[in-house]
Design a protein around this ligand. Structure first.
Ligand code: ADP
Length: 495
């Protein structure tokens, strides 16, 4: 009888369940549901954790209701999730006590300012590997405790529990049996010391968080309770935050292995080995995974706008679909000196400038639509390349081939440009949903049906490889023009 691993993949705008065949690790079916996100005030982002749980379970049920797959053939479940978003809930009922504060929410930016003014940033970076920011869970949880009526009393009475969405989902999936989170999700809270691998008492008191409301921290693969699917009890054996799950899903288990997930934004993570190297650079250091007692760490850098640039081109009518961008851009040999700087919401590493805004530079009367579309694809490769270069410098050794996944990795022109820009090969994973695949891999390891990371390294499959072009000069010219264009934009936005 064929065996399967089930990934529960909880994203920001949608959640899905994906069934993978254990035999060849290919996705055999998936079911997804859109999730509501609300923006009650400027900069606030909220979701309903109860709705997320219900929809996630609906996806799981539908897999088996709409196909002939039998839940009895599912060996284990792996959970992966949007990171940092924070929930508090009632221990007895499991009901959320307030809306979940989303990772993009800026409501606690003032609190971060206070922390910065007190000079606590470097303590935070040293302990957590993170840049002090409202993005992470600590100030979100502090806010929830301070602003939800009765929350602090309930917390003191042991009636309130807190966590990120993995924690909430697993609590509900196990019928309140397990209050846990894994090391990767914990490492995004700004409360977890990535050196000692435990909640940090100094940080807990800085943010006034009682330790007892926090989940126990587990490895990424193991036995984490059971959940009921269509009358069967199936063990939960894998947990990881989405970006770390895709690092695992890309088999990046050696120091210097690096992946980029090209979705709405682009997330670059590089495995940096067993030591938490914390640099002065704007890169984050985060826990990559902990499996079988072995911890690996990663550098993380992100490009805020990637696929969203394609959505914008579509919204202004330059392309009719994201996939059309490749054919249009291939109609010209280069972008004709046009640069699109995708700073729609500022720019992350290495610039960290939240005030600059997007621009198109270098237009002439000879500029055609195809040049602009090509410049839009090139800018995603150029921005991701900057993060890759920053990581190479910070690690002090060359990184390996860049492993690409996510919706935009369907675009071969993007990936071949990426190879040119970084001067290293880019490999496209056979499975572009590497986040779900990573959760399934972890579940397989936890259940003992995948024999550790070595088996994944041996069997992980790529669909295509893109080698950097022989003509390195062309890429150098592209990069030099880009630097000049960004320089112009940043100078203008500073004045
Ligand atoms: P997310 O998980 O962030 O929602 P996905 O991984 O599903 O994103 O990727 C969707 C993004 O990829 C969209 O922004 C879409 O515009 C872009 N995209 C999908 N296919 C292509 C393509 N062939 N070329 C360029 N962009 C694409």
């Amino acid at each position: 009888m064929k065996k399967f691993l089930l990934a529960v993949d909880e994203g920001t705008t949608s959640c899905r369940a994906v069934l993978f065949s254990l035999h060849d690790k290919r996705a055999v079916c998936s079911y997804s549901q859109p999730l509501n996100v609300s923006y009650p005030f400027d900069g606030w982002v909220e979701q309903d954790a109860g709705e997320i749980f219900e929809k996630q379970m609906l996806c799981v049920r539908r897999i088996f209701e709409t196909t002939s797959y039998d839940p009895a053939c599912v060996i284990a479940v792996g959970v992966t999730n949007q990171r940092e978003s924070t929930v508090i809930w009632d221990r007895k009922t499991g009901a959320p006590l307030a809306p979940c504060i989303g990772w993009q929410c800026r409501r606690t930016a003032g609190e971060i300012e206070r922390i910065r003014k007190q000079g606590l940033e470097s303590t935070i970076k040293k302990k957590t590997g993170l840049v002090a920011d409202a993005y992470f869970s600590a100030t979100k949880l502090e806010w929830l405790l301070d602003n939800t009526p009765g929350a602090r009393d309930k917390a003191a009475a042991g009636e309130l529990l807190a966590g990120t969405l993995d924690s909430y989902l697993i609590y509900r999936m196990t019928g309140g049996g397990r209050h846990i989170t894994d090391v990767t999700n914990a490492s995004r809270t700004m409360l977890f010391n990535i050196n000692s691998m435990d909640w940090d008492d100094e940080l807990l008191s800085m943010f006034r968080i009682p330790r007892k409301i926090l989940p126990a921290v587990t490895e990424c693969a193991g036995h984490f309770g059971t959940t009921e699917i269509a009358g069967r009890r199936i063990p939960i054996c894998g947990i990881a935050g989405d970006q770390q799950a895709s690092l695992v899903g890309q088999a990046c288990f050696d120091k210097g292995d690096v992946k980029c997930t090209y979705g709405t934004g682009a997330f670059v993570l590089a495995n940096i080995g067993a030591k938490p190297r914390i640099t002065r650079s704007p890169l984050l250091t985060t826990v990559a995974y902990k499996i079988g007692g072995e911890t690996a760490y990663a550098f993380e850098g992100s490009v805020f706008n990637a696929g969203s640039v394609m959505s914008w081109l579509q919204s202004i009518g330059l392309i009719s679909s994201a996939s059309e961008s490749e054919a249009i851009a291939s109609g010209v040999p280069d972008s004709g000196g046009v640069y699109l700087i995708p700073a729609f919401t500022g720019m992350g590493a290495p610039y960290w400038n939240m005030n600059c805004r997007a621009a198109i530079l270098g237009l002439t009367r000879a500029t055609e639509k195809a040049h602009i579309v090509r410049a839009a694809l090139e800018c995603i490769a150029l921005r991701s390349g900057e993060v890759y270069d920053l990581m190479t410098d910070a690690l002090g050794m060359p990184l390996g081939a860049l492993n690409a996944d996510g919706g935009m990795s369907r675009n071969s022109l993007l990936l071949s440009t990426q190879a040119d820009v970084i001067g290293a090969p880019v490999r496209k994973s056979r499975e572009i949903e590497c986040t779900a695949l990573g959760a399934a891999y972890l579940a397989g390891i936890g259940a003992g049906v995948i024999k550790g990371v070595e088996e994944i390294k041996r069997t992980h499959a790529y669909e295509a490889a893109f080698e950097p072009s022989q003509d390195g000069l062309k890429a150098e010219r592209l990069k030099a023009g880009w630097k000049q264009a960004v320089g112009t934009l940043l100078t203008d936005s500073a004045t």
